[in-house]
Write a protein that binds this ligand. Structure first.
Ligand SMILES: Cc1cc2nc3c(=O)[nH]c(=O)nc-3n(C[C@H](O)[C@H](O)[C@H](O)COP(=O)(O)O)c2cc1C
Length: 385
């Protein structure tokens, strides 16, 4: 049974609960990374090497974690990252994630491959979500997707560029998620049977289980093998910086390029007209062996200067990490797995509660660092290895 807790508090607490709630192959799909998962581990480990400088005897009676990004005010510099298939982890999972984010006063990002369509998400929240795009070979489909996102109110586009091919996710093979044969099917069925609550909450009440944004393309999500085949068929590995110009003609709002891990690419993104870049290795799910996002952040920040906004994601697990990222030059961070664990474990309230813990941790760290506004979190407030 493990340790019993009255109330889940941290991302780790929600992770353990999610593991109990979800069929094994779905938990592993969220929890895992590429290859030996070294880059995934480095994302979190490298955060712990950044030390905060404790400062005392300053007036910290009023600490404000709020900030503004692209004219949108946020209660803290955290955005929920796009996560594909979130609607398989909790009933209408993207809606629950977006509602939890709204309660916490931060933006939510819908994935191209979410279960709930963008219209369903935006109808459930006061502030429209950010929209994440993977470039598909079928440009008409892309055009129609972008049109739908804008019609439903989205004004920030997150264009993900680090999925030219999918990274090798060995857990997905090992646990049968990608097992097409009878053995794999039976394994999945067994893992599902062990989770009756999930069957009721998501399996039955969480329908329809299709890719809400890609209904025109008719992708069958019942079959995750089919999902992978769709990605291999439709995700366009021939995309280059030139395509940003086309994207610009299709999107009136801000464009953030997600998946930039070098100064050179960051400069190219800015030259191509991006309003911002997100330093990200996709949570260690793509290029195994690549450095952690937090270790590459300062290089990108230095290269971009004040020409665009720099965000980061990968390994942010608490409010202290948010402070570390900001002091390392990020304007804001995205969190992926933590919100999905919280949502899978406790739904919308779990997401809102986890985010409120993040905010409390941020505020307390700031107070103990002698800092009252996020703008004061500079490189002088930390020691990097
Ligand atoms: C299960 C899962 C699915 C993901 N799906 C997408 C996606 O559809 N689009 C995308 O741009 N990033 C996707 N990502 C990457 C996240 O947006 C984000 O970069 C990453 O999760 C950040 O790392 P963290 O999980 O350590 O916070 C996914 C990540 C996970 C864990």
């Amino acid at each position: 049974m493990g340790t019993y807790h009255v109330t889940p508090v941290t991302a780790g607490d929600y992770r353990r609960l999610a593991e109990k709630r979800l069929p094994r192959f779905l938990f592993d799909y969220i929890d895992g990374g590429a290859g030996e998962e070294q880059s995934m581990a480095a994302n979190a480990d490298d955060f712990s090497r950044i030390k905060l400088r404790q400062r005392v005897m300053r007036d910290v009676s009023k600490v404000d974690t709020g900030m503004e990004l692209f004219g949108q005010s946020m209660d803290m510099p955290v955005v929920l990252a796009p996560v594909g298939l979130a609607g398989m982890m909790g009933r209408r999972g993207e809606v629950q994630g977006a509602r939890g984010a709204a309660t916490a006063g931060v933006p939510f990002t819908t994935s191209t491959v979410g279960i709930c369509p963008i219209e369903e998400v935006n109808a459930a929240v006061p502030q429209p979500a950010w929209f994440q795009l993977y470039m598909l070979r079928d440009r008409q489909l892309v055009q129609s997707l972008l049109g739908r996102a804008q019609d439903s109110g989205c004004d920030t586009l997150v264009f993900t560029v680090d999925l030219a091919v999918t990274g090798p996710r060995h857990r997905d093979t090992r646990n049968g998620m990608l097992g097409g044969e009878l053995k794999g099917k039976l394994a999945k069925l067994w893992q599902i049977m062990l989770r009756p609550r999930w069957i009721l909450d998501v399996g039955i009440r969480g329908k329809p289980h299709d890719f809400g944004n890609l209904r025109e393309a008719v992708v069958d999500v019942q079959d995750l093998e089919g999902f992978k085949a769709f990605i291999d068929r439709q995700f366009d590995p021939s995309v280059t910086w030139q395509d940003i110009a086309w994207l610009r003609t299709q999107w009136q709002g801000n464009i953030l390029i997600k998946g930039v891990m070098s100064a050179e690419d960051a400069c190219q993104a800015v030259d191509a007209g991006a309003d911002g870049v997100i330093v990200s290795n996709h949570g260690g799910r793509q290029l195994e062996g690549v450095a952690s996002s937090i270790s590459m952040l300062p290089e990108v920040v230095a290269a971009v200067g004040d020409r665009a906004e720099v965000l980061m994601d990968g390994g942010v697990r608490n409010g202290t990490d948010v402070v570390r990222a900001l002091a390392s030059g990020a304007k804001a961070v995205m969190i992926g797995r933590p919100w999905v664990y919280a949502m899978a474990a406790c739904g919308e309230t779990g997401v809102a509660r986890l985010l409120s813990v993040f905010q409390q941790e941020m505020a307390r760290s700031m107070a103990l660092m002698g800092v009252t506004r996020v703008g004061q979190l500079t490189s002088e407030t930390i020691d990097r290895p």
